[in-house]
Structure formats: structure tokens, C-alpha cells
Design a binder for this molecule. Structure first.
Ligand code: FAD
Length: 317
């Protein structure tokens, strides 16, 4: 079922969802199931599965380093299919511009359609690890809006190189990313919102936000988005702080601000076990306020470990 239909059917009740990352290749999918199992008690209507960018590895061949391109966490669509059928839950594969040609994207979408996947999250992807800026893949898209357009065209039966007469068109519900504190490359929040509006006009059905730790930022973002004519659901993304290093890492990677009270509380912790607890309590307060404000879904970034998400969900759902 489409995410937008799940939201409609909930009739104003806030839903619970979460995002997982595929295991490093060679590891077992059972580890993923062990983390999903405890969260199924909270009846998520959908689970997102991220896609990782490819990266360069250097292989020593008799003293000479051979540079090879590899993807450390492949398997997004396969994981979506296995979770969908094991738990009878909708899954949302993250589809990236970076690392994929348009043709590869088309084949991936065709696979999703055959597997009964009804939703996809259309993203540009970040720069590769050893690149300073995002470089579009040869034959791929430069911006998420172009990927949204491709999915929208496919929904109309217009494949890249042929129009297919069919009574079995895909009908993907399309999610896109939004940034309450603006995307790190955007010159201003307003110009980033204009880009978001372009994604909506191209066919996006809902937005999931980047993590934020101050709800005011989300509420202002939603208000500004509405003023700009963005009238689709904007789902807040919540990440509980888990280790002290997040204080440096999250602002550095995502260019987001952390509230001083949260920084002080984390600074006062003697161990990462205490930090994890502070992260849980902060996310509970955030979630309570967002739920009271009537957000459609609370979407949690689980990063593969579910104990903290379970502790939060127990207080909220
Ligand atoms: P875009 O919407 O293309 O925007 C990127 C930048 O370009 C913005 O600054 C925007 O303002 C600007 N821009 C957009 N259109 C134009 C234009 N036509 N001309 C000039 N500038 C333009 N990354 C992963 O690698 N894997 C994942 O699974 C993943 N999941 C994510 C899930 C969520 C909910 C979020 C919020 C992010 C996720 N990301 C993921 C990170 C995402 O790929 C990065 O934030 C990326 O840098 C931008 O992606 P986007 O889809 O927002 O890009």
C-alpha cells in the first residue's frame, strides 16, 4: 500500500516507522531481523531500507595498489522484498541518483514493481567518500528531481527508450528528502525549499525530513513549505543520539545544530551507556511534542540497532 494511503487510513493518528541499513556484505540478514523483531510490536506500516553509495577500495597486488569500485552494503531491494514477505509490511527502498545510470535505475524500478513494492524514496545521494562534491554518474541523474521525473514517467508507462502499452503500469508512491535546517549545499533555506517544491511538482507524494533535534526547526520548515505551496505530508525524521562522538559528527556531516541543553546533558555523561539514555529521553520529548502537534508519522533512524528505538516507541505508541 502507498505511504500516502497509510496516512489517509490512519485518520489523523500518528504512525510509527523506522529506517534500517543493509548489513555489510557477507554478514547475515538474521542480524537485521533480530533488530526488526522487537519493533514490530509497534505495528509500523512501512520500513525504509537505505542504499549506500559505492566507494573505492585499494587492493594490494604484489606491492601495487589496485583501485576498485565496490558497494559495502548492497542488497537494498532484496532486503525490502524479504522484509515485506516475512513481516507483511510495506518496505521503501531508497533509490539514489549517484552510482546508477538511468537504465540501471529503470531495471531496479522494474524489479521493485515485480516484487510488489509500492513506494520508493528518491534521493540524489551524497558525494563518494573521496570526492569533495557530488559528481553525477555518467548516464545518471544530477538531482533527485530528475529521478522523481523518471519514476513519474514510468508510472505513466513511459520507459526510457520505449512506451509500453500495458494495463499493469507501476504506480509508485514517491518520497523525497527535506531539510528543516537546509541541505548543506543549498545557499539558503528558501532556495532549498524552492528545490523541494520542484520535486513535489515533478510528482513527489510525501517528504521525510533530515534529522533535527529542535522541534521548532521542523514546525517552521512545515510552515514555510506550506507558504510555498507544498501540501503533501512532511514526515519528521528522528535520530536518538547514541554516542558522545555524535556531538561533533552530526553537525559536521549533516550541518545541523544541536540545542545547548542536549549538548550539556551529553557532556555530563560518564559513559556512552549514559549518552544512549540521554538520547532516548531527548527523542521521547521530541516525539511527544510532535505527536501532540498531529504529525502523520514519526520516522526513526535506527542505524541497525533497535533497543533505543524500542525504548522510545514504548513511551509514545
Ligand atoms: P536534491 O534534492 O537533488 O538536492 C541536493 C542539493 O542540490 C540541495 O542543496 C538542493 O537545494 C540542490 N538542488 C536541487 N535541485 C537543483 C537544481 N536543479 N539546480 C541546482 N541545485 C539544485 N543518502 C544515501 O546515500 N543513501 C540513503 O539511503 C539516504 N537516505 C536518506 C533519507 C532521508 C530521509 C534523507 C533526508 C537523506 C538521505 N540520504 C541518503 C542523504 C541524501 O542522499 C543527501 O542528503 C544528498 O546530499 C541530497 O539528496 P537529495 O535527494 O535531498 O538531493
Amino acid at each position: 500500500m502507498k505511504i500516502t494511503d497509510h496516512i489517509k487510513n490512519a485518520k489523523g493518528k500518528t504512525l510509527f516507522s523506522f529506517e534500517i541499513i543493509p548489513p555489510v556484505k557477507g554478514h547475515q540478514i538474521q542480524q537485521l531481523y533480530d533488530n526488526i523483531d522487537p519493533l514490530m510490536d509497534f505495528k509500523p506500516p512501512f520500513i525504509d531500507v537505505t542504499t549506500s553509495r559505492e566507494e573505492y577500495v585499494y587492493i594490494d597486488r604484489d606491492g601495487l595498489l589496485d583501485k576498485k569500485l565496490t558497494r559495502m552494503r548492497p542488497g537494498t531491494v532484496g532486503i525490502c522484498a524479504s522484509i515485506k514477505h516475512k513481516y507483511n509490511v510495506d518496505t521503501v527502498p531508497h533509490v539514489l541518483c549517484g552510482g546508477f545510470t538511468r537504465e540501471e535505475t529503470e531495471y531496479l524500478l522494474v524489479d521493485c514493481h515485480y516484487l510488489g513494492i509500492d513506494n520508493i524514496m528518491a534521493l540524489r545521494g551524497d558525494a563518494m567518500k573521496d570526492e569533495k562534491y557530488f559528481q553525477p554518474t555518467k548516464g545518471g541523474h544530477a538531482y533527485a528531481v530528475d529521478l522523481v521525473k523518471q519514476v513519474h514517467e514510468l508510472n505513466c508507462g513511459n520507459y526510457l527508450h520505449d512506451t509500453v502499452e500495458t494495463d499493469n503500469c507501476a504506480d509508485f508512491c514517491i518520497g523525497v528528502a527535506g531539510y528543516p535546517e537546509k541541505h548543506l549545499e543549498a545557499p539558503s533555506l528558501k532556495s532549498d525549499l524552492k528545490r523541494l517544491k520542484e520535486k513535489v511538482d515533478a510528482g513527489a507524494d510525501y517528504v521525510v525530513t533530515q534529522m533535527f533535534f529542535d522541534n521548532k526547526k521542523y514546525f517552521q520548515f512545515v510552515e514555510e513549505a506550506k507558504k510555498m505551496g507544498i501540501n503533501i505530508p512532511i514526515i519528521p525524521g528522528i535520530k536518538p543520539i547514541a554516542v558522545k562522538r555524535h556531538l561533533q559528527l552530526l553537525p559536521q556531516v549533516f550541518r545541523i545544530d544541536l540545542p545547548q541543553d542536549l549538548i550539556d546533558a551529553v557532556d555530563d555523561c560518564a559513559s556512552n551507556k549514559e549518552v544512549r539514555q540521554v538520547g532516548i529521553e531527548w527523542a521521547i520529548q521530541q516525539s511527544k511534542e510532535l505527536k501532540a502537534a498531529g504529525v502523520p508519522v514519526l520516522h526513526y533512524y535506527s542505524m541497525g540497532k533497535s533497543d533505543n528505538i524500542k525504548a522510545i516507541a514504548e513511551e509514545i505508541f
